[in-house]
Design a protein around this ligand. Structure first.
Ligand code: IPE
Ligand code: IPE
Ligand code: MG
Length: 243
């Protein structure tokens, strides 16, 4: 294993290749402090930047974060608008992750977002695509079921256009029509905030993922918690159905 270790990697453990995080608990964090929910989202956004930077520093290959689900549109418009504004600010700052050598990619149905955000997303993806550090995937207007339906439609189109034969449809081909094309499945999925569910996150890709839960609310989730999750991951025995 030593041969594969990244420079900053601790010698006594294996790094997961891909960590996914459900960034949950911003609202409760704010409530505990008698602040508006928007303040929780602002704190959560700051924390996201810190954790992404930390993951880059320790040499993680892939980090995927759940930022906004297809179901989160149910929230009051003011809250949704605040979250979109935080995203705008983050994207306008995009040169930051270029300087940090982080390659950013968005997964989800981006096409229904405001046009200025779509443009900022495309710029950020293009400007950072050659970065050699962390590959950061941001799940935005993402839903696992939406992603699967979308992949079914693309697959049907591919059959109809003759790109692929019906009998050649297999898991690998189907997965190539998901938003996560080219991204390995997550090795570990982390959910803070004391909830024990996926909430429509990476439902296809999580078939053999390990899970790590914590009661800590997302804005309070620090590198030490990430380290606890990685240490726990090292104690798991992954069998993938074998013995
Ligand atoms: C996660 O925090 C952020 C988003 C879903 C956008 P929440 O806003 O869900 O926080 P809680 O679960 O209400 O505490
Ligand atoms: C999941 O959190 C979505 C994100 C963190 C972006 P939610 O707060 O929306 O999930 P539920 O509603 O508690 O399942
Ligand atoms: Mg929540």
């Amino acid at each position: 294993m030593g041969f594969f270790q990244k420079k900053r990697e601790r010698k006594d453990r294996v790094m997961p290749r891909h960590i996914a995080i459900i960034m949950d608990g911003n609202g409760r964090w704010a409530k505990k402090r008698s602040l508006p929910r928007s303040a929780g989202h602002s704190a959560g956004a700051r924390n996201f930047k810190d954790i992404a930077r930390y993951c880059n520093k320790i040499g993680l290959e892939y980090l995927t974060v759940y930022a906004f689900s297809t179901e989160n549109w149910k929230r009051p418009k003011a809250e949704v608008d605040h979250i979109l504004n935080l995203l705008r600010d983050y994207l306008k700052d995009a040169k930051n992750f270029k300087d940090e050598n982080i390659a950013v990619k968005f997964i989800g149905n981006i096409s229904v977002l405001p046009q200025d955000i779509i443009d900022l997303i495309k710029d950020a993806e293009i400007n950072s695509q050659n970065a050699t550090g962390l590959k950061l995937n941001i799940a935005l207007n993402y839903g696992g079921r939406d992603e699967i339906i979308n992949a079914v439609k693309k697959t049907v189109e591919d059959v109809q256009s003759g790109k692929i034969a019906y009998s050649d449809i297999n898991e690998e081909y189907f997965a190539s029509n998901l938003y996560t094309l080219g991204i390995p499945d997550p090795d570990i999925i982390i959910r803070p905030s004391g909830e024990y569910r996926l909430s429509n996150f990476l439902i296809w890709q999580s078939a053999y993922s390990e899970f790590w839960f914590s009661n800590v609310l997302w804005p309070d989730f620090k590198p030490k918690h990430l380290e606890m999750a990685i240490d726990e991951y090292n104690k798991r025995e992954r069998r993938f159905g074998g013995i």
